[in-house]
Design a protein around this ligand. Structure first.
Ligand code: NAD
Length: 241
């Protein structure tokens, strides 16, 4: 396990069935943590629950089941996310609400639901996967960018509030990571160019891999990252920094 904890810690990863979340599940499992997945379509992981993170009752029920099977939750990674692409003038309020609900309110529910274990244990690690688009904005994604920007603000406030109890809270805003979400955006011509054109504009000249995010997350949830909190740590190949 990364860090020096002598018991395997229990981690919950939302959105852990695909893309970035899935890579985080694999990495934390390889690090020696006991990992549970909460996802709309949870796949075949050993400890995976069908949960819509916008539904508090579903989140609480799954969190209780995780506690029962794997022990108190001391690591939470909020990776569940939903993008959206609509000109603001035509953006229906219901679409705005759904995107804010999944990307922001889902984090609220999952943090509140997992927090009692961390509070009790005086140790916790929360990592929120936001988005590099929160740095400079993104046309046609006002709802998504607004929600992800709020996640960065929430991260900073929670870090101040929970630090005295040994709980760190950080955000990773990924930029341009090769996942089903990115490929769907490319297919639907929402990227403002091809992936190759984006690579040419990326200083390290490649698309990001889910494993790039997972490696950073692995460090942030480790024992030795205990002095890092309230940080927005971009993993983006040098774009949007
Ligand atoms: P993905 O679509 O591959 O995975 C997202 C996962 O979230 C899916 O398994 C999906 O079922 C789950 N999910 C969606 N809505 C949910 C809900 N209401 N309740 C529970 N689970 C839900 O996407 P990804 O690219 O791996 O994205 C992971 C995170 O990274 C998201 O928060 C996304 O906004 C963020 N992000 C991704 C990129 C990128 O370039 N791929 C860039 C910036 C931010």
């Amino acid at each position: 396990m990364s860090g020096t904890a002598d018991v395997a810690r229990t981690a919950v990863v939302t959105g852990g069935a695909s893309g970035i979340g899935q890579a985080i599940v694999r990495r934390l499992t390889a690090d020696g943590l006991k990992v549970a997945v909460l996802d709309l379509t949870p796949g075949t992981d050993d400890c995976a629950f069908t949960v819509d993170v916008t539904d508090r009752a579903q989140v609480d029920k799954a969190m209780d089941a995780v506690r029962e099977r794997l022990g108190p939750v001391s690591v939470l990674v909020n990776a569940a996310g939903r993008d959206g692409f609509t000109r603001f003038a035509q953006l229906a309020f219901a679409d705005w609400q759904r995107v804010v609900d999944v990307n922001l309110n889902g984090v609220f529910h999952c943090v509140q639901s997992a927090l009692p274990d961390m509070w009790e244990g005086r140790w916790g690690r929360i990592v929120n996967i936001s988005s590099s688009s929160a740095h400079s904005g993104q046309p046609f994604m006002a709802h998504y960018v607004a929600a992800k920007s709020a996640v960065n603000g929430l991260t900073k406030s929670l870090a101040l509030e929970l630090g005295p109890r040994g709980i760190t809270v950080n955000a990773i805003p990924p930029g341009f990571i090769d996942t089903p979400m990115l490929r769907t955006a490319e297919r639907n011509q929402r990227l403002g160019g091809t992936i190759e054109e984006h690579i040419a504009r990326t200083p390290v000249r490649r698309v990001g891999r889910p494993e790039d995010i997972a490696a950073t997350c692995s460090f942030l949830v480790s024992e030795e990252a205990g002095y890092i909190t309230g940080q927005i740590i971009g993993v983006n190949g040098g774009r949007n920094t």
